[in-house]
Write a protein of this length. Sequence first.
Length: 256
Amino acid sequence: MIKPVMPNPDHPLVLRCGTATRHPPGDTIDTVTPSDYFVVMLFLTRFEAETSSGRKQGEAGDMLINPPGSRQWHRGINGGEFKNDWIHLSADGVQRPMQQAGLPLNMIFHVSDSSFTGRIFGDIMKEQLLNTPISSELAACRVTELILLTQLFWRMAGRVTKSPIIHTHYERLLAIRLAIREAPADPWTVDRMAQSAHLSASRFAALYRKFFRVAPMEDVISSRLEEAKRLLVQGRMTVSEVAERCGFSHLNYFSR
């Protein structure tokens, strides 16, 4: 059983985090993870990284957890651009829950849902900006959720790969889901997505819900809202501009 992460007033639990961070071509992260924190990453593009078994390539939707004292080395394929969600977590706060979850360390692993880190990290960044009396407790809840969902989606991904046909469908739908997250404002429809996956609309919708536990268009709206929250937190655009950028045609709908 995984025990909840507890806040520590003397040591911030979340040191830094970012969502959908773009790294330009030639940008290589090459450093040693400090002895007091973990780095958790979910990649939104293909990448290559140093692991416990040497340098490996990973796909969009893969994760990598660097424990304290380990070498961090990752970049886009052949030094190209890459994009990821990432968070630095205090080792004092998450060492035990990480061990209890049995998550792979210094290994690339796949998860069945690639959207949860962006949502959780976005919530954490919001709490950091608000800095309310309970922000540290809320951040601890989000980190507990992160560990639990990482364990769940890692195990679910292992089940999906046992059937070659289901695995093929899963990979196609995962690519579509990543594309939605990359461009949530695009005019997504179930018919368009189903056509890309070479499935009927009804079959596509059923598989999408089975794999990701959400209906396709609900996922589109959720991705648009997450992008809107990120842009609003930055404070560089008006509400109307954010609504238009995120694919909401009517401001009244966006403001609900």
